[in-house]
Design a protein around this ligand. Structure first.
Ligand code: GLA
Length: 386
């Protein structure tokens, strides 16, 4: 939770709507390993972070809903009885998508007033969209007594993204944002949608995110294209998902599929193994192994799955040159956004300085560096907390 953000949103809400709102905080996420595995019913290892979206919301009692995106200084008026996706709707579509999905479930969503703001850098692969969807579904569920469980809520958020933002995402982002735990990452089985928490404390090492500031837009067809490739290959194998495939399986059909499709399927199979190896390495306290798995993951994402970009590859290469960095890889959907790096605590500042300088020299603009805390998932912020 971020107190400053919550205060800002509460204050602005009271100025505009005079009443006391319900306040929700919904975090973004990082993912330690297990990329593009979620929509293959596979495994991922995400954690909610201390950056997120704060939302103030109350019933409106009129035929008009008003939503205000403080960061953008934008206001949108609508009526929950008439909901459809907007062309280039941005944040509006995530919110409207949640309302539409709740209605499809037969839930009565009355009109409401909302103010929200966030501190997750957009397009950075840190799930600002999942945080936004979850904040609205959580707030509306509470406000209108809809009686949804957290599992039901994240499915609403995911469908909102599919149908109103056009991204056929998996469940990892919404899950991590909703179920995150302090100081822990979640070994998530995306088939059962259940997770096991792992306390994350690597003593001398900590996580560093480096944002290329190349904004990815997952609604661009590339993300959906990768999902289609995976479904095509698992379909040919008569399997429900690539989670059930082995290398031997895809070798058998190698001559029936393109080399590109073969490599992508192989990446998914390998990445699923890596997630399990990663969880074992945590249990064994084998920090070197963790780092190597991160590098292997990036190699696969870049050369086989082909979702990296030159700026991300550059950052991973610089990490490899520095003995104080144990591992690094691109994080999230790809095509831009952040790398996640496992860096020695006492070398954090020097690596930050060094990599920022080299990035600027290579691309003539700045990258951004963040450290994050692993934090609790979506929650209502009680008045006395702020
Ligand atoms: C995006 C999607 C997730 C997941 C990741 C890649 O963040 O929203 O569902 O597929 O990309 O691991």
């Amino acid at each position: 939770m971020n107190k400053k953000l919550v205060k800002k949103v509460k204050r602005s809400f009271k100025e505009q709507f005079i009443t006391k709102p319900l306040v929700v905080f919904s975090p973004g996420r990082i993912n330690l390993i297990g990329e593009h595995t979620d929509y293959n019913d596979g495994f991922a290892f995400p954690a909610a972070i201390n950056k997120g979206i704060a939302l103030s919301i109350s019933k409106s009692y009129t035929k008009i809903s008003t939503a205000c995106a403080l960061n953008k200084n934008e206001i949108y008026n609508f009526n929950t009885e008439i909901i459809k996706p907007l062309k280039d709707g941005g944040w509006r579509n995530y919110m409207l998508g949640v309302v539409a999905q709740l209605q499809l479930l037969g839930k009565q969503v009355g009109n409401f007033n909302a103010v929200f703001a966030g501190n997750i850098p957009g397009g950075a692969g840190m799930s600002s969209s999942a945080a936004l969807e979850n904040s609205f579904v959580f707030g509306l569920n509470e406000l209108f007594n809809l009686g949804l469980t957290k599992h039901e809520m994240i499915l609403v958020s995911q469908k909102a993204e599919h149908n109103f933002a056009g991204v056929k995402c998996g469940i990892m982002d919404q899950y991590a944002s909703m179920f995150g735990l302090k100081k822990s990452a979640l070994l998530l089985d995306c088939r059962t949608i259940e997770s096991q928490p792992y306390k994350i404390d690597f003593k001398d090492y900590k996580w560093m995110l480096i944002n290329t500031n190349v904004k990815h837009d997952l609604s661009e067809s590339e993300y959906n294209d990768r999902r289609q490739v995976c479904e095509r290959v698992s379909g040919l194998l008569h399997l429900n998902a690539l989670r059930d495939a082995s290398k031997e399986d895809i070798d058998r059909i190698k001559s029936n599929i393109s080399d590109g499709d073969y490599q992508k399927a192989l990446y998914v199979i390998n990445e699923n193994h890596r997630v399990k190896q990663f969880s074992e390495a945590i249990k064994n306290g084998d920090i070197e192994a963790l780092g190597n798995l991160l590098y292997q993951s990036h190699e696969g994402l870049s050369t086989k799955y082909k979702v990296s970009c030159k700026e991300l590859d550059f950052l991973v290469d610089r990490a490899k040159e520095n003995p104080n960095v144990l591992g690094s890889r691109m994080m999230g959907g790809g095509f831009g956004g952040c790398t996640i790096n496992l860096v020695k605590k006492d070398a954090f500042k020097t690596f930050k300085k060094e990599v920022s300088k080299k990035f600027k020299a290579a691309f003539e603009y700045d990258c951004s560096v963040y450290s994050v805390k692993l934090s609790r998932g979506t929650q209502i912020i009680k008045n006395k907390k702020i």
